[in-house]
Design a protein around this ligand. Structure first.
Ligand SMILES: [Zn+2]
Length: 196
């Protein structure tokens, strides 16, 4: 699979390490491309994002390290226009859930959840893909899902006001607002399910 992650992280941080190493899975020398990106923002402090990919066997590595990692968090960002849609970044680890109470969708991490970094725009296209697949497999939901897809397309064309929420029990998923718009992001510490 060629994947959809070729380059969406470019521009999110400064590259501090870039190596072509031996793949830890297939052992092919030089096939494993590994990049450390340092993202530095007043709101989070320093975030180190590690992305690796093997050109030979397709093995992928993704990790996020930052000051508050390990703490269950919920980020809520208020999207208001096309700049928010195009330039907000979503970094989702394997344990992150993404939902929008206003748009009426929820993406929970399954057992095979893949981490990703994408713009909100890219994420919304992903949501449309899921919804289109749901339409094929679920006749009863067809009308409702069709309306949902139309709504998302309107947002992609004209922008809209809605909240996007990222929750992660391990604190490894974050929303990165467009530069200068950090004040629109709220961060809460949450209880993980089962604790109360
Ligand atoms: Zn490999």
């Amino acid at each position: 699979m060629s994947g959809d992650e070729a380059g969406p992280y470019v521009g999110i941080g400064d590259v501090v390490t870039r190596v072509e190493a031996r793949c830890p899975v297939c052992m092919v020398e030089g096939a494993f491309n590994y990049v450390d990106l340092l993202y530095d923002a007043p709101y989070y402090g320093k975030v180190l994002i590690s992305v690796g990919r093997c050109g030979s066997c397709g093995y992928r590595f993704f990790d996020i390290l930052y000051a508050d990692a390990g703490e269950p968090v919920r980020y809520t960002y208020l999207v208001e226009d096309l700049i928010d849609v195009a330039r907000t970044m979503i970094i989702r680890s394997k344990t992150g859930a993404i939902h929008s109470p206003d748009l009426g969708f929820s993406l929970e991490p399954g057992p095979y959840a893949e981490p990703f970094i994408t713009t909100l725009e890219g994420f919304l296209y992903r949501v449309v893909d899921y919804a289109e697949r749901l339409m094929v497999t679920n006749e009863e939901a067809r009308d409702r899902v069709g309306q949902f897809i139309e709504g998302v397309h309107r947002i992609l064309e004209a922008g809209s006001t809605f909240r996007i929420v990222v929750e992660d029990p391990e604190g490894k998923s974050i929303i990165v607002p467009p530069p200068g718009r950090e004040w629109k992001l709220t961060k809460e510490t949450i209880k993980t399910s089962g604790e109360d």
